[in-house]
Design a protein around this ligand. Sequence first.
Ligand SMILES: Cc1ncc(COP(=O)(O)O)c(C=O)c1O
Length: 431
Amino acid sequence: MSESQTLEEIIKITYSHNKWRRTETLNLIPSENVMSPLAESLYLTDMMSRYAEGKPYKRYYQGTKFVDEIEVLANKLISQVSNAKYSDLKATSGTIANAAVFRTLANCGDKAVIAPVQAGAHVSHTRFGTLGALGIKQIDMSYDQEIYNIDVDNAVKLIEKEAPKFVVLGGSLYLFPHPVKEIAEAAHSVNAQLVYDAAHVYGLITGGVWENPLSQGADVMTASTHKTFPGPQGGVIVSNEEEVFKPISKNVFPWFVSNHHLHRLPATAVTALEMIKFGHEYASQIVKNAKSLAESLVSRGFKVIGEELGYTSSHQVAINVKELGGGAYVAKELEEANIITNKNLLPQDTPDKVENPSGIRLGVQEMTRYGMKEDDMDRIASFMESLLIRKESKDKIKHEVIEFRSQFLEVKYTFNIDLGKYSSFKIPMLI
Ligand SMILES: Cc1ncc(COP(=O)(O)O)c(C=O)c1O
């Protein structure tokens, strides 16, 4: 391939991705979202090329006077929307935020008690991920299958017996809230800190439809800023306790980041402001849509997890698709019809099933951001039924999906603002 053909190819691939994922697919991956056009405009700026190691106004570089201002403002808005006194946005992802918190609270060889994988623990909470890399010992709470949650009585006894440095709650397959209050009391009785990983539910917390763990006894909360909270990819650490927060914030740089990807800051600030203004409406619709999708799927013959508890309290829905060919097969079939999901272990799966687990996990936060409501969830369920149960033509369904998606191309729950006078600074999106 010549140089110009290669160039053409790079642009074409990128453009094709944008067109496909932005205009033709139903994205139901629970860990993703889209920023508003306003936040995107403020993301693609010169800040993406700059360094600002250190804290605002105490940098190791010159040229950061506006970065200092925006970092202070972004943290202020994040504190406000999180109902927290302190915020740090330097972690460039939720995993990095966890690493900084875990390493500050414990040394190599210390113990951490975590929610079991069946209750949603993320790999970063485990010996296979960040916790293991830091040499911190993982001790699992037990799981109660009846309530799809932590077995509280046993967890309290375990924490009292093990006296770990910290306890972790919050999860990835996360349908129902973990019992924060009871676990916080047990942790504090042995001088352990409670870390709440809100990566998935941060938008629901900031939207006020999922209890804020900081008001229930969690000492520090970490999150991703790009899942139910619809900002740029990044991490955040918030807390109300100065003595817990200060050492963590001091360690993010230089322990886990050098530069913190500065173009995230204005985009995160705008997203925080969007959530302050529209977050409750957005998050309420997310939860209504998730429940509605679950009910529609059940009425169309799918086995949805959590019937006894109303299927979900979050943005997620989990389906047992073992009899339909397993999670790997079903996720691939759906992708070929332009419905993007991911396979997922269900609570009853053993870890060796990771390549083809019994489940798929759906999240409605992105389609809700594009304005979908309860009736639209039934349409999504109907596509899934046609494909996976009625075995209708994949091509036909794909075309119906594209047509359906074309009605939802505008991001809602954002400000209508004309950036005209700043347009010479804007780097256009390739779409
Ligand atoms: C509970 C939980 N914590 C942390 C993470 C990691 O977040 P990030 O991708 O921002 O590193 C995830 C990712 O999905 C998650 O589900």
